[in-house]
Design a protein around this ligand. Structure first.
Ligand code: TRP
Length: 355
């Protein structure tokens, strides 16, 4: 029996951190064993908001793929590719756009929120004609946010999924409105032209919330991430700089490793011990009893992180030694993806009587 198809993508922004690893990639690696998987870098989606600044886009896309490979995602077990290498995504998005009511897109909560968020940035304000300095105004004239492409984000995303008959889409909670739209877009198409598409369902996974070094949610925009690429020295420095417990001043003070009124965010180091150190409960006990100081605790965490990060480094270095390998993986991935996409597009054209 044919395996179910899993499709997921990521927009390439900067480098990946362990929040992405625990939240997404670890899951992708294990899904690769059970499903027919298509994982891609959504570089076209990046253009929906970042169209005026494409200088780093392709380097970021490649960096993402390298990060994915670093975590053990295996190109023999899943199809890894770049969206822009498979023009069928654009063709299907165009056709799906014909049947997608504008109101669905205008009412998309993600679009409304993002538009608001982006308008708060300097560039956004300048685009709206507020507080624009001359140079911001110039940048803003190249940075209109109310574009056809940005509004159509979910149509392109629906195409990404439907093109491979993806029935399962591993995504975060924040992406549920987009997936709902993908289903509606599929349903509408099927109701007009006949049953071509599968309606994709979300694959929500339990993922731990990863704290950044400062105790807030780990995020690139906060600059508090632990990126997957670390030297032993940079890893050590990151851990030594982590927030622990502002009430624990001396090594023998009683600590609050878990979130509580005294230490609302909880200790970042302890949160990581829970993911990386077997028998972490003992560490929590010792901290609470005032038997473990933060410096010693951090040194223990550095030890726990050594092996997994060495494994990342080993994989990364093997690709660094053969940079052409990433290109080969992307080329082979695009070829496989295009073969699958061509079959679907054949059916789409037939159903629409375009051939
Ligand atoms: N919108 C997704 C995000 O921002 C990225 C994405 C694009 C995607 N196409 C997709 C995810 C298709 C799943 C399936 O994270």
């Amino acid at each position: 029996m044919a395996r179910e198809v899993v499709v997921s993508g990521m927009r390439p922004t900067g480098r990946l951190h362990i929040g992405h690893y625990w939240g997404v990639l670890k899951n992708w690696v294990s899904l690769s064993d059970r499903y027919e998987c298509y994982f891609f870098v959504a570089d076209w989606h990046m253009l929906t908001t970042g169209y005026a600044d494409t200088a780093a886009l392709q380097a970021n896309a490649r960096g993402y793929v390298l990060d994915w490979l670093t975590t053990g995602l295996d190109p023999e077990k899943c199809v890894i590719f770049k969206q822009s290498d498979v023009p069928e995504h654009a063709e299907l998005a165009l056709l799906l756009g014909m049947t997608t009511p504008l109101s669905w897109l205008e009412n998309n909560p993600t679009w409304k929120e993002q538009l608001q968020e982006l308008s708060k940035t300097k560039l956004g304000k300048a685009a709206a004609g507020e507080e624009a300095t001359a140079s911001e105004g110039m940048a803003a004239s190249r940075y209109e946010l109310r574009t056809f492409g940005f509004l159509g984000y979910p149509v392109l995303q629906a195409a990404d999924i439907l093109l491979y008959r993806g029935s399962r889409v591993p995504i975060g909670q924040d992406q549920l409105p987009h997936l709902e739209l993908s289903r509606e877009i599929a349903r509408k198409f099927n109701s007009i032209y006949g049953p071509v598409f599968v309606e994709p369902q979300p694959l929500l996974t339990q993922t731990p919330k990863i704290l950044g070094t400062d105790g807030r949610k780990m995020s690139k925009s906060y600059g508090n991430g632990v990126e997957l690429e670390q030297t032993p020295e940079s890893l050590r420095a990151k851990v030594m700089s982590m927030y622990t417990d502002k009430t624990k001043i001396r090594a023998d003070d009683r600590g609050h490793p878990e979130p509580c009124p005294e230490n609302p965010t909880g200790c970042v180091v302890y949160a990581l011990h829970q993911l990386y150190t077997p028998g972490f409960e003992k560490i929590g006990e010792a901290c609470r009893a005032g038997r473990l100081g933060c410096v010693a605790d951090k040194k223990n965490l550095i030890q726990s992180l050594e092996a997994p990060f060495a494994e990342f480094r080993r994989r990364r270095e093997s690709y660094a030694a053969h940079p052409e390998k990433v290109d080969e993986i992307l080329a082979a991935g695009a070829q496989k993806a295009r073969a699958a996409a061509a079959k679907t597009m054949d059916q789409v054209r037939q159903a629409m009587r375009l051939k």
